[in-house]
Every structure is written in C-alpha cells, then in structure tokens.
Ligand binder design. Sequence first.
Ligand code: P6P
Length: 331
Amino acid sequence: MLSLKDFIYEQDILPCNNDEVWGMLESVTDGAVKIHEKVIRAGLSNILGTAGIENVQGEQQQKLDVIANDIFIEAVRKSELFASAASEENKEIIKFKDSKNAPFVIAFDPLDGSSNIDVNVSIGTIFSVYKRPEDSTETSDRDYFQVGDNQILAGYVIYGTSTMLVMSTGNGVNGFTLNPDNNEFYLSHRDMIIPKTGRVYSVNEGNYDSFSQGLKDYISYCKSDDNDREAAYSARYIGSMVADLHRNLLKGGIFMYPATTSAPNGKLRLLYECHPMAFVIENAGGKASSGEQRILDIQTSGLHQRIPIFLGSESMMDTLMDFISKKETSQ
Ligand code: P6P
C-alpha cells in the first residue's frame, strides 16, 4: 500500500513543491487523526451534545465542533506553512505570528455535519488552501477573497465506517484510507472519477415549497419513470454534506442545497464548503454550479458568505441546468 507521503513525493505535477504539499497534507492528516480519535470515542467521554455557545453562524456549537476546531487550528499552525486560517467556527481569521510571512492560507470547516454527531452518522472535515496574492504584505481576509479555481489543494476527511482523506491538487482526485494501527493514510482510491450519470439525488425536500419551479420540475423528473433511466431515481440525503457528496462521488449522483425561505442565499458556505467540494467534484470529472454560474468562477467576498450549490455527475447537472434555465427563460 502506498502511503500518502510516498504518493505525494511521486507526483511531478503539483502547484508548489512536494515538500510544501506534503507539509500541508501532513498537518491536515495530523489534525484528522486527532479528530478521528475523539469522534470514535465521543459517546464515552462526555463530548456529545451542545457546548452551550453559538458559532459565528448563529448555530448551536456542538462540543465536538469546538474540540475539532481547536485541534485543527493547532495542527495547521504547527506546519508553519500558513500565515493564517479561516474556520467556520471563528468570525475572524486566525493569524499565526510564528509564520506570518508564510506563502499559504487555509480555510476549513473542522467538523461538518456536526448535528449528526450525537446520532452516530458520518461527519467530516473540509479544507481549502490558497497561495497568498503576491502583493499580500500582512495576511488578511483578502488572502481568501479569490476565485475557487485558484485553490492549490482542497478536499475532505470523512469520519465514517472508515476514516478517509479525499483530496485534489488540481490534477485528479485520490482517496486515502486511515490505518488506525499506525495512524497513517494509504492510497485506497486512485484517480477517483465521478460516474458521468447516476440515479441518486440528494436534497432536503422539507424545503420543497421554497424551491424554484425549475428545481421542482427537476425533482419531479427524478421521481418519474420517463427520465433518462426510465425508472425513478433514489433519494439519498444524510444531512452531512461530506457523506452525501462522498457517496455521490463514488456511485454517481447530484447534491443540491438551493436557496430556501430560511436560507435565501443557500445554507452552505462558499469559502470552506462549496469551493473545496466543487474543486474535488470538477477534478473528478463532475460539475458544480450555484444555479447561475460555475462555483469555481465565483470570487469569495466574505469569509462566511453562503451560496446555493448544485454539484455531481456531469449529465445529471446538465439536465438540472436545462430545467432551471428553461423555467427562467419562460418566466
Ligand atoms: P439541512 C450540516 O449542518 C450542513 O452544513 C451540511 O453538512 C449538510 O449538507 C447541511 O448542513 C444539511 O442542512 O438544512 O438539510 O439540515
């Protein structure tokens, strides 16, 4: 089995040198191993439930959210490759004084899907790395306000039946499974490609009444027998983006979190959820859109800005976009 480190040093098409890519991934996986060790013991160590505080999103922070955030911040700080970090759990960026001139910045959601922690459903860490602009003297939010195509490394860790790192440096997608016996990640899914089509659609239909007519028509198409599969698709929605997206990446499918009444700009955050997931899906041969434009063309303008997101298998995305654009032109 090829270790993550050996895999990285085999690569000759990287956005920066092998030492830097390995250093970044070593910090991500160090953090992931520590989070894994907490997650698998969550029920035993009184770290379930809410921390009794709200995060910057106004959401109830779970105890494990706070623990995972502290673990991940410390892991990336120690690498001394990042001038700062942006976390879902922190309103402002976290500046690292010992590496203030480092060339990179990292954005992350330390524990996505945390509402599922207490019910033993897969959760994940999502991360995204940018090179700081050449004219960046002191690290600031501006280092993060880039188009998604500028990411040099992005991916996620899924804490599921096994713990896996799925990542891309812009040249394909590869998956690495944690061996808990030595806490090393090994290549288990080389050159991951999302099937061009699929029969799984993932959306919270509890928000159906607030969907656009085009999206409602697409969901009816998924449920009908006269779609491209001549049989109804399967609805699969775990409520944990990393888990839903990981299944759709492997099996084919489409994940949708559109604008809703309670989330008029969508719920998911551009910087540390939509950009990295779009980067992975596009590098695996899929598509990712806000409904109006390609996600990776969007330039971040706020650390916690939200956007609608639709991403997955190419042909399913093309069909969805046809339904959405047809309705928009007819209105
Ligand atoms: P809803 C988890 O809280 C999360 O951020 C994503 O992981 C998930 O896809 C989404 O929210 C679920 O949101 O509104 O369907 O419960």
